[in-house]
Design a protein around this ligand. Structure first.
Ligand SMILES: *Cc1c(COP(=O)(O)O)cnc(C)c1O
Length: 373
């Protein structure tokens, strides 16, 4: 059994993928080819924003957004304490200070109440200027952008949606990657929409920021890439990956997104009340980057890892360490960063095998192993 079965997925669309790869290779326009432009248009239309700028990966996408806003030393950027390292890494990479915020007990997304609390503490200390909140759509579920938006407005913060795991999700019909002033996603193979290598994209309605990010992604180009007007990066999406993504986007829209809804429901029913299953509040659609359950005790989670391993069921722990305890952030002394609840989550969560091609038999087998604990 695979945790995320990319081979099964490839088998289903092999003919179209092989054709697209062949065409891209024969076209030999490997960098910024036609497929890149087409993909950007298709993604912008699907998400419902004016501009999509593809780039090399989801981490660069976040960093390019911070660069477009000129975020740097002396700026505070609020980041959930329970997320993948990138969400905080990019903040430090541009010289700003990440402030780690507690997450909601049910959705595991950034807690608006604690966000407000942490902004107030930073203001009171007076050393940093609050500039940005990075809200992550963790495990595929959009964050609470209504509440976050209110706080952002009150304190004059930019909202950066880290939709690396959120692509395809929605709230009241509005799609993920359209909730931020700038939003980003990742096409890492295991994400809801993955390519066959690294890839990422940025979304915004703001033309000025879009142009800025187009420049930053190609060495801070001016009128062309040999006219360099700012210090940028080399962060383009390959034509080959764009060609693959155009085929996979269709498959994602046509049936994968509904397929994961159905499979999440199968799990929910099979697991019943034995463990905490993912919370998806009314109006929200999760794209289920992960199907994560939560035990009430650390010992149960440890037992589950062991028993699943014996039964040949792969599992994963996202995440085993709160951001504020990561060694890379160790010297950023700031006692507003203690989030006890995150530690509890890190001890008790477990991601089960999940993808659009999982069978009901597989889900039954996995669930019965979990239910026996
Ligand atoms: C995967 C991920 C990223 C980074 O994406 P890459 O394409 O791997 O650089 C950023 N944020 C979150 C929440 C992620 O899960």
């Amino acid at each position: 059994m695979e945790f995320r079965d990319l081979r099964r997925q490839y088998q289903v669309i092999k003919t179209d993928i092989d054709k697209a790869i062949n065409k891209a290779v024969n076209g030999t326009h490997f960098i910024m080819g036609e497929d890149v432009k087409q993909l950007e248009m298709e993604l912008a239309e699907y998400v419902g924003v004016k501009r999509c700028i593809s780039c090399a990966n989801g981490t660069d996408a976040l960093q390019l957004a911070l660069m477009a806003w000129n975020i740097g030393a002396g700026d505070a950027v609020f980041v959930p304490d329970f997320t993948f390292f990138s969400s905080g890494e990019v903040v430090a990479a541009v010289g700003a200070t990440p402030i780690f915020v507690n997450v909601d007990k049910d959705t595991y997304n950034i807690s608006p109440a604690d966000l407000k609390e942490k902004v107030k503490i930073v203001l009171k200390e007076g050393k940093l200027i609050p500039k940005v909140v990075i809200a992550v759509d963790l495990f595929g579920l959009p964050a609470d952008y209504v509440a976050i938006g209110k706080i952002a407005k009150e304190y004059n913060l930019f909202v950066l949606e880290d939709g690396a795991q959120g692509f395809g999700g929605s709230f009241l019909g509005k799609r993920a990657c359209s909730f931020g002033d700038i939003s980003t996603t990742s096409f890492f193979p295991a994400k809801p929409l993955g390519c066959y290598g690294d890839g990422g994209a940025i979304f915004t309605d703001n033309e000025e920021w879009a142009e800025m990010m187009c420049s930053y992604r190609v060495h801070g180009k001016g009128k062309d890439k040999y006219d360099n007007v700012r210090i940028g990066m080399n962060s383009r999406l390959d034509t080959l990956q764009a060609a693959i993504l155009r085929v996979k986007l269709k498959q994602f829209i046509e049936y994968e997104l509904s397929s994961v809804q159905e499979r999440a429901e199968w799990y929910n029913q099979a697991l019943g009340n034995n463990v905490k299953t993912p919370t998806v509040s009314a109006g929200y659609v999760s794209s289920y980057a992960q199907y994560t359950i939560c035990f009430s005790k650390k010992e149960q989670r440890e037992k589950a890892v062991e028993v699943c391993k014996e039964a040949g069921i792969p599992t994963a722990i996202y995440y085993s360490k709160p951001m504020h305890l990561q060694g890379a952030f160790a010297n950023m002394e700031c006692d507003v960063q203690k989030n006890l609840y995150t530690q509890e989550l890190c001890d008790c969560v477990l991601a089960l095998p999940f993808h659009p091609y999982l069978t009901m038999d597989e889900i039954k087998k996995i669930s019965s192993v979990i239910n026996n604990i």
